[in-house]
Design a protein around this ligand. Structure first.
Ligand code: BV8
Ligand code: ZN
Length: 247
């Protein structure tokens, strides 16, 4: 793939880069994206109907089982070439910040260091009452496990629709978006707020916006560069073109 020379030179000169990833960045690892239709047991549910406090209050077992199923699915997948390309980019850029909407933990698994998980992490479990985190919750599949401290129902440590994002993570992400020279938006449909506003914040502060996505999104008209395709293919080629032959 050929990249515009002015993009290559801007990236070589940049020392402050921020990257936002969405479910598309994990798609080539074999994880379905948030808007993909679900299959099998979960085909009749829309993720946005299950990822909410109301759904958990209405049927905690259904929601707990959906996350247990997703945790199992994640156990079987590995980071893809796009995740590793971002690890390499981080090693070449003085001030690099990775902001992800994904809850699958694949960026950390690949070796990324400075990560802000805006929507939490599915592998972390906390008590819905007292907030205590727990690593162990037994394997009773008949009922939702309860907290050893207060008896409250356990829940995944992810941000549901209608819940606010972890303040520290969001503040750090906004700061990175406002201060970067280049902002990448990778594998996200740009629908979910407030994550989707970060690219516009970067653009409004004069950053170069580079979008890599399988389809155009509400951001595309504002992006300085839009590469349509798979992040697992485009990112390694871009990192190669910009940094591989430059130390
Ligand atoms: C908040 C964790 C307020 C859970 C997630 C009306 C009513 C209620 C709320 C709202 C409303 N209108 C707006 C809102 C706000 C709401 C929102 O944005 N709703 C949307 C649906 C309109 N946001 C919230 O509720 C947020 N909280 O606003 O709080 C508040 C304020 C103060 C006080 C109290 C409350 C919380 C949002 C977080 C929700 N949790 N995840 C879980 O995972 O189970 S969001 C979920 O969607 C995932 O994290 C996912 O990452 C995220 C976004 O989706 P994408 O990542 O973009 O994935 P998607 O499938 O959409 O797109 C993938 C893209 O990749 C596609 O474009 C595809 O073409 C592309 N692609 C595919 N393969 C590849 C590829 N690209 C490249 N390469 C490939 N190989
Ligand atoms: Zn508790």
């Amino acid at each position: 793939m050929d990249f515009p020379p002015d993009l290559i030179s801007s990236l070589q000169k940049a020392d402050r880069i921020a990257v936002l990833t969405g479910a598309g960045a994990s798609q080539e690892s074999g994880l379905r994206t948030f808007r993909d239709s679900q299959d099998g047991l979960w085909a009749k549910y829309k993720p946005t109907d299950l990822a909410s406090p109301e759904a958990f209050a209405r049927d905690p077992k259904l929601v707990w089982d959906w996350y247990a199923w997703r945790r199992e699915a994640i156990k079987g997948v590995r980071p893809n070439r796009g995740h590793y390309a971002l690890v390499e980019m981080e090693s070449k850029v003085a001030d690099f910040t990775l902001i992800t909407q994904n809850v699958d933990g694949l960026h950390r698994f690949a070796g990324s260091k400075k990560i802000h998980e805006l929507h939490g992490n599915i592998n972390r479990v906390r008590c819905s009452q007292c907030g205590m985190f727990t690593e162990e919750w037994g394997d009773d599949t008949e009922s939702v496990p309860t907290c050893g401290k207060c008896g409250g129902l356990l829940r995944p440590d992810v941000v549901w629709f209608g819940e606010s994002l972890p303040r520290g993570e969001l503040e750090a992400a906004v700061l990175a978006a406002r201060n970067c020279q280049v902002f990448f938006s990778i594998g996200t449909s740009g629908v979910v707020q407030p994550a989707a506003s970060l690219a516009f914040a970067a653009h409004n502060k004069g950053a170069l916006v580079v979008e890599i996505n399988a389809e155009s999104t509400p951001l595309t008209p504002k992006a300085d560069y839009f590469f349509q395709g798979k992040s697992g293919e485009i990112l390694p080629e871009l990192v190669n073109a910009v940094w591989r032959n430059k130390d």
